[in-house]
Design a protein around this ligand. Structure first.
Ligand code: SF4
Length: 400
């Protein structure tokens, strides 16, 4: 049985394909987002602070800030990337330093409990037989005495979570399970997050029932992962931060061409094809608008001339105004009421037809029971087509 961690589970939930790259194929990404890089420098610095404190050495704020800046320089590499182009690496470095300084001022001389774990590797069994277990690294565990413990976690993200989200957080709750396993006197455990960018301390607690439910939930998720055959790409905002953009079929082309100089960008075959398609779609839209305009003009002409047929070079156009009834859109309350009236009149069958787009989805997603789908099978023909969907691309950097 593979060993799981919170981040392994989270990777699967965010994007099964990146899970496959990382945990099944073992592909290591050399790229580091600046946020992850800053986070690791901050963690290294706070680890030093508490390791030194455990040997009665209290660093000054300046010493700690120096350590952070040295870690930044020592660890920096050319594969660190910045997604938010409005900010520089220096902005991030400064933000991390400010977070460290704020933390120092808030907690010095750091006597809130006795630190018992620093960057501690833990393993938690989720079931009696130890078939399902979770490993992780606890940033810090503080013993407040009298069986009270605090699990501390440092965050350097640039947004604050809601209390609801924290009360549902899986990572620290799993670490709480480890505290109960490792410390028999632990009767009360509090989960504490330090959001360094905001100089904020946020807290949450779990009941024994919630912890038991969490174990079941994680085991269910592990089952889901282990029964997954197709690790599909789940494209979304997080892709910008993904280290596998250079190999992922959803992002590879974007990743490669977005770093090209403007001339080479325009010459890329894929860019040219996409531009041609987008231009044709624009043209299609313009032609549709033009057809509507031509219809209006034809109608006015026919009215003025008192005619119903208009002769062109190769076609005769019959022009007339028709008034057709309209009905409320599907899904609306009014539409449901209308359907009800038709049923009451015993006329529903007469005016309803099988909605095949919905049926297509049912069959494609295998949404009904297999026995039901088998009844449909003789009527299904599988037709190949090419689907192209268009969305707006993010603006590229202007050349210097
Ligand atoms: S780039 Fe996006 S879709 Fe591709 S593997 Fe990464 S997260 Fe998944």
């Amino acid at each position: 049985m593979a060993v799981y961690s919170h981040s392994r589970l989270e990777t699967f939930q965010n994007c099964p394909l990146s899970y496959k790259y990382q945990y099944i194929e073992g592909i290591k990404s050399e790229r580091d987002s600046i946020e992850a890089f800053m986070g690791s420098c901050v963690h290294e610095t706070l680890e030093k602070l508490y390791r030194d404190l455990s040997l009665s050495k209290l660093n000054t704020e300046e010493e700690l800030a120096d350590f952070y800046n040295q870690a930044w320089r020592r660890n920096w590499h050319d594969k660190v990337f910045i997604v938010r182009k409005d900010y520089t690496a220096e902005n991030y470095r400064e933000t991390g330093e400010r977070g460290i300084r704020d933390y120092y001022r808030r907690y010095a001389p750091f006597d809130q409990g006795r630190t018992v774990w620093i960057e501690q590797r833990i393993k938690v069994d989720l079931d009696q037989d130890g078939r399902y277990s979770i490993i992780g690294f606890v940033d810090r565990l503080a013993d407040l005495g009298d069986g009270v413990y605090e699990v501390h976690d440092y965050k350097s993200s640039s947004s604050l979570p809601s209390q609801e989200k924290l009360d549902d957080d899986r990572q620290l709750a799993l670490y709480q399970l480890a505290v109960h396993d490792y410390f028999s006197d632990a009767r009360e455990v509090e989960l504490v997050w330090h959001y360094l960018v905001f100089d904020k301390e946020l807290r949450s607690k779990r009941t024994p029932e919630q912890l038991a439910a969490l174990k079941d939930e994680v085991i269910r998720l592990i089952h889901e992962i282990e029964s997954t055959q197709e690790f599909e790409a789940s494209e979304g905002p997080l892709c910008e931060w993904c280290g596998y953009q250079d190999i992922c079929p959803k992002r590879k082309h974007l990743f490669v061409v977005e770093s090209l100089p403007p001339k080479e960008f325009k010459e890329d075959e894929g860019v040219a094809l996409a531009d041609r398609y987008a231009a044709l779609r624009e043209e299609e839209k313009r032609i549709k608008e033009e057809i509507e305009e031509a219809k209006r003009e034809l109608w006015e002409y026919a009215q003025q001339m008192g005619v119903e047929n208009v002769r062109g070079s190769d076609a005769v156009l019959s022009v007339k105004k028709v008034v057709k009834p309209g009905f409320p859109p599907s899904g609306s309350k009014e539409r449901a009421a209308l359907e009800e009236v038709c049923r009451e009149l015993g006329r529903f069958e007469e005016v309803s037809v099988l909605y095949t787009p919905k049926l297509t989805k049912v069959v494609a997603d295998r949404a009904w029971e297999e026995s039901e789908l088998a009844r449909l099978e003789p009527f299904v023909s599988w037709n190949e087509s090419i689907e192209v969907r268009m969305r707006k691309a993010r603006k590229l950097e202007e050349p210097d």
